[in-house]
Design a protein around this ligand. Structure first.
Ligand code: ZN
Length: 304
C-alpha cells in the first residue's frame, strides 16, 4: 500500500446528486436532510442545483429549500448551475461556491445539453468570468471522466486537455465525475496521473458512483495517489440515469467507516451519520444500498 493521507475532506452530495436521481420528495424532507447533515461533522455539502424545473423536476423547489435551510456557518455549501441563468439564481441565493459541468464525452454532452463539449467549454469560460466578478469560486466538474455510456472508454488525455482549458479560464478547482460508475482503480490511476502531470497545482476532487461496486476501491487508489477530496452521498442516495435500478454515489457512511478504521481523519461522527442515512432511507421510502446502514459499523457487537 502506498502512503495514505492523514485526513480526507468529504463533500456530501446526497441532497443534490442523490435526490436528483430519486423520485421527487417533499420540500420539507429536503430541508430536514440538509439541516441534519452538519450535525454529523460534515463540513461540505452540495445543497441544490439551479436547473430548469422542466429539465429536472426533483430540483424545482431549490430556491425554497435553500431559503428554509438552517445554514451552519461552519459548512461550505455549494450549488450546481447549468448556465448563466442558474448562476444568477445561485448568486442571488447567496452561494459563493458554484459548480459547473461539462462532459468529457461529446455524445454524452450533446444528450445532456444539446451542445458539443467544445461549445460547453466556451459557455464555461463566460460563466467563470461572470461568477468571478461576483467573488464566487468555481469548480469545473468533468462528467463521464472515466467512461461514457454511449462512447465507452474516454481517453485520460482528453479529460486532461479539458482540465487545461478550465484552468486557463480560471477554474478554482476541478472535479472528475464517474457519472455512470465505469471507474476502476486502474482508470483512476491513469486519469489522476495524466492530469497531475499537466496541472500539478489545481485542487482535485473525485466523484464516484458505486454502480458496479468499485467506489471504495477507487477512493483507496486515489488516496494512494495523494487525492484527499471526495464526494459521497448519505445512504448511497441516488442512482444512475442510464441504468434504471442501479445504485447511486458511494455511500458517505461507507467511506467514513473505512477511513476512520484506517486512522484517516474525516471529522465526521459515524454513528450520527448512520442515523442521517436512516433518515434518508425513510425520506425516499426504499431500501438504500449502504452496507454500513444495513449492518451497522464493524465496532457494533451483538450480545453473545
Ligand atoms: Zn454524480
Amino acid at each position: 500500500m502506498g502512503e495514505l493521507p492523514a485526513a480526507v475532506s468529504i463533500r456530501e452530495v446526497g441532497p443534490r446528486d442523490g435526490l436528483q436521481n430519486e423520485d421527487p420528495v417533499p420540500t420539507a424532507d429536503k430541508v430536514r436532510l440538509l439541516d441534519a447533515l452538519p450535525r454529523t461533522g460534515i463540513r461540505r455539502i452540495e445543497a441544490v442545483s439551479f436547473v430548469h424545473p422542466k429539465a429536472i423536476p426533483q430540483m424545482a423547489d431549490a430556491d425554497e429549500v435553500w431559503s428554509r435551510v438552517t445554514r451552519d456557518p461552519a459548512v461550505r455549501y455549494s450549488a450546481l448551475v447549468p448556465n448563466s441563468r442558474g448562476a444568477r439564481r445561485a448568486l442571488d441565493a447567496g452561494f459563493t461556491d458554484i459548480e459547473v459541468v461539462v462532459s468529457a464525452s461529446d455524445t454524452h454532452n450533446r444528450k445532456n445539453v444539446n451542445r458539443s463539449t467544445a461549445e460547453s467549454l466556451d459557455d464555461i469560460t463566460e460563466l467563470i468570468s461572470l461568477l468571478h466578478k461576483e467573488n464566487a469560486r468555481v469548480e469545473v466538474i468533468v462528467a463521464t471522466s472515466f467512461g461514457c455510456p454511449y462512447e465507452g472508454d474516454v481517453a485520460p488525455e482528453r479529460v486532461a486537455s479539458i482540465v487545461d482549458r478550465a484552468v486557463a479560464d480560471g477554474a478554482d478547482r476541478v472535479a472528475f465525475g464517474d457519472t455512470t460508475g465505469m471507474a476502476t482503480p486502474r482508470r483512476v490511476t491513469d486519469l489522476v496521473t495524466a492530469v497531475r502531470s499537466r496541472q500539478p497545482d489545481v485542487p482535485v476532487l473525485l466523484h464516484f458512483h458505486n454502480t458496479r461496486g468499485t467506489g471504495l476501491a477507487n477512493i483507496l487508489t486515489a488516496m494512494e495517489l495523494g487525492v484527499t477530496e471526495f464526494d459521497a452521498s448519505v445512504g448511497g442516495l441516488g442512482g444512475c440515469p442510464y441504468a434504471p435500478g442501479a445504485t447511486g454515489n458511494v455511500a458517505t457512511e461507507e467511506v467514513v467507516h473505512m477511513l476512520s478504521d484506517m486512522g484517516i481523519e474525516t471529522g465526521v461522527d459515524l454513528d450520527a451519520l448512520v442515523e442521517v442515512a436512516a433518515m434518508a432511507q425513510d425520506i425516499v421510502g426504499r431500501e438504500l444500498p449502504s452496507g454500513v446502514l444495513r449492518a451497522g459499523p464493524r465496532y457494533r457487537t451483538i450480545p453473545a
